[in-house]
Ligand binder design. Structure first.
Ligand code: ZN
Ligand code: ZN
Length: 453
C-alpha cells in the first residue's frame, strides 16, 4: 500500500512561509491498497488537494472509503470541498463513530446548513453510504479495518488497516489515559510502569501492536503538557513510548500544533529520535509532511475477516433503546460533583440517579441496575473500591459486569493499579471538563452495548 499525507496540521490550518515543509493543511491521509481500493483518513483542509489530484488522475469512477476520526472542524473542514463527492457515478462509503444519537449524516448536514455553506448534503452528486461505527473489526475488500476509541473530548475512533502483511494505524486526537505524565519529561526515566498499569493504555498499545507505520497525535511536548491537560492530545514523548511498547517500525508525528513552525517541528523530531536512542529502540521517527509518500509493500497474507463492514454497527442502534432507557448512577459525597455531572449529562437525555455514600450506591445498583456507575473513590463508610469489589463478587452478570468508573484526583501509578485490581472499568480524573465526561460516557456505554447487544 502507499500512504500519502495531504494534511498534517492540527486544530487550525496554517498556510504561510513558516509551515512550507511540513504543511499547513489539516488532517487528511490517503491510503491506496495494491488492489486499487482507496481509503482516506479524515477530511480536513488537505482533502481539497487530494480531490483535485484524484480528478486530474483521469480515473472514473473515483470510488473510495472515507474514515473520519471525529467531527471536530479540523477533521471535516475539507468535506464540502472534496470534489469526488460532487461527481455522479462515484460511490463513497463514509465512516465515523456513531451511536447514542450521534449520527454522522446529521452532523455533516449541519456543517452544510445554509448559514455555513451554499450547498446542502443532498446536493452531493456521488452515491454516499454513511456508516456510524463502533469499536470493532471488519473486512474491507482484501484488507481488515480495526477501530478503537481514542481519548478525546469528542467521541473519536482511531483506525488500523491490515492488508497483505502490511499495517498502518491512524491515531490522532488522543490524549494519554494516564494524566500524570511527569515521568515523560525525564528522557532517562522508565515509562513502562505508567503504560503497564492502565488498562486503556494497554488497549491502545495492543491497537498499535507491530504496525509498520503509526501516524500518531504528537501535538505537544511533555514539558508543555501540564498546561494542556484535558485538551485531548498527545505528547511526542508519549507517542514514542507507546510506539516502542507496541514494537512499531515507523512513527509519523502528526497533528502539528498551529503555533509550531517548521524549525519547531524539526525539534520535535529530534526529541523523539533522542528518546528512542536513550531507550535502545530501533523505532524510526519522523514528522509527517504534506506531500510525503510512504510505501509499505504488501507481500504477506491478508488477515482473514469474516465480518462485512455493514455489520459493524449492528445491534447498537437496532436495539431500539433510546438514551432515556439508559440509567446512570452518580455517586459522590461532594454534592457539587454530583451536580456538575448531572448538568453535564442531562442534555444527553439519560435517566440520572444520585447517591452520596457507598452503602446507598450498592443498594441502588442492585435495585436499579444502572448501565453505568460513576463513583467517587474516597467516601465515608464504604469507598468506591469496596463497592466495586462487592459488585464484582455478585453472581448476577448484570451486576458483576456493570461498568464502574472511578472519579478520583489521584493519578499516580500505584493508585491507578489499585483500582484496576479491584475491578474498576476505567477512571475519570478530577478536575474534568464537561466535553470529556460526555465523550467518555458515550464510549463506556457503547462498548458495553456492543458486548451485550
Ligand atoms: Zn484535531
Ligand atoms: Zn479533535
Amino acid at each position: 500500500m502507499h500512504i500519502r499525507f495531504w494534511g498534517t496540521r492540527g486544530s487550525l490550518s496554517k498556510a504561510g512561509p513558516a509551515t512550507l515543509r511540513y504543511g499547513g493543511n489539516t488532517s487528511c491521509v490517503e491510503v491506496g491498497m495494491a488492489d486499487g481500493t482507496l481509503i482516506v483518513f479524515d477530511c480536513g483542509t488537505g482533502a481539497h488537494d487530494l480531490g483535485q489530484a484524484l480528478l486530474a488522475s483521469g480515473k472514473h469512477p473515483i470510488d473510495g472509503h472515507l474514515f473520519i476520526t471525529h467531527t471536530h472542524w479540523d477533521h471535516i473542514q475539507g468535506f464540502p470541498f472534496f470534489a469526488p463527492l460532487f461527481m455522479p457515478g462515484n460511490t463513497w462509503d463514509i465512516y465515523a463513530p456513531g451511536g447514542l444519537g450521534n449520527r454522522l449524516e446529521e452532523t455533516l448536514a449541519g456543517q452544510m446548513e445554509y448559514t455555513y455553506f451554499p450547498l446542502t448534503l443532498q446536493q452531493l452528486g456521488a452515491t454516499i453510504h454513511f456508516h456510524d461505527l463502533v469499536e470493532g473489526t471488519f473486512g474491507l475488500n482484501g484488507g481488515r479495518i480495526t477501530s478503537r476509541y481514542l481519548n478525546h473530548p469528542a467521541l473519536a475512533l482511531g483506525y488500523r488497516l491490515d492488508v497483505g502483511g502490511a499495517s498502518v494505524v491512524y491515531a490522532t486526537d488522543h490524549e494519554p489515559h494516564t494524566r500524570d505524565q511527569s515521568h515523560t519529561v525525564d528522557p532517562h526515566a522508565s515509562s513502562s510502569r505508567a503504560l503497564e498499569v492502565h488498562h486503556e493504555e494497554q488497549g491502545h498499545i495492543a491497537f498499535l501492536s507491530q504496525a509498520d507505520l503509526v501516524i500518531h497525535d504528537a501535538q505537544y511536548t511533555a514539558a508543555e503538557y501540564p498546561q494542556k491537560v484535558g485538551w485531548g492530545h498527545s505528547t511526542v514523548e508519549y507517542a514514542v513510548d507507546v510506539a516502542l511498547a507496541a514494537q512499531v517500525k515507523r512513527l509519523a508525528l502528526f497533528h502539528h500544533d498551529p503555533l509550531r513552525d517548521d524549525a519547531a517541528v524539526d525539534r520535535l523530531v529530534d526529541l523523539g529520535r533522542q528518546r528512542v536512542i536513550t531507550r535502545g529502540g530501533t523505532l524510526e521517527v519522523f514528522a509527517a509532511a504534506e506531500g510525503q509518500v510512504v510505501e509499505l509493500p504488501e507481500v504477506g497474507q491478508s488477515p482473514t475477516c469474516p465480518v462485512a463492514h455493514a455489520d459493524a454497527t449492528a445491534g447498537v442502534e437496532a436495539s431500539g433503546t433510546t438514551n432515556a432507557d439508559v440509567t446512570i448512577l452518580i455517586v459522590d459525597d461532594e454534592p457539587d460533583i454530583v451536580r456538575l455531572l448531572q448538568v453535564t449529562l442531562r442534555p444527553e437525555g439519560f435517566r440520572l440517579l444520585a447517591a452520596h455514600d457507598g452503602e446507598t450506591a450498592l443498594q441502588m445498583a442492585r435495585t436499579e441496575r444502572p448501565s453505568l456507575l460513576l463513583m467517587d473513590w474516597q467516601m465515608p463508610g464504604r469507598d468506591g473500591l469496596e463497592v466495586c469489589r462487592a459488585l464484582r463478587a455478585e453472581t448476577d452478570p448484570q451486576l458483576r459486569d456493570m461498568p464502574v468508573v472511578l472519579l478520583t484526583a489521584q493519578s499516580r501509578d500505584e493508585h491507578v493499579a489499585a483500582g484496576f485490581a479491584a475491578g474498576v472499568t476505567d477512571y475519570l480524573t478530577k478536575p474534568f471538563y464537561p466535553a470529556y465526561v460526555r465523550s467518555r460516557v458515550r464510549e463506556w456505554l457503547l462498548r458495553k452495548r456492543v458486548e451485550t447487544p
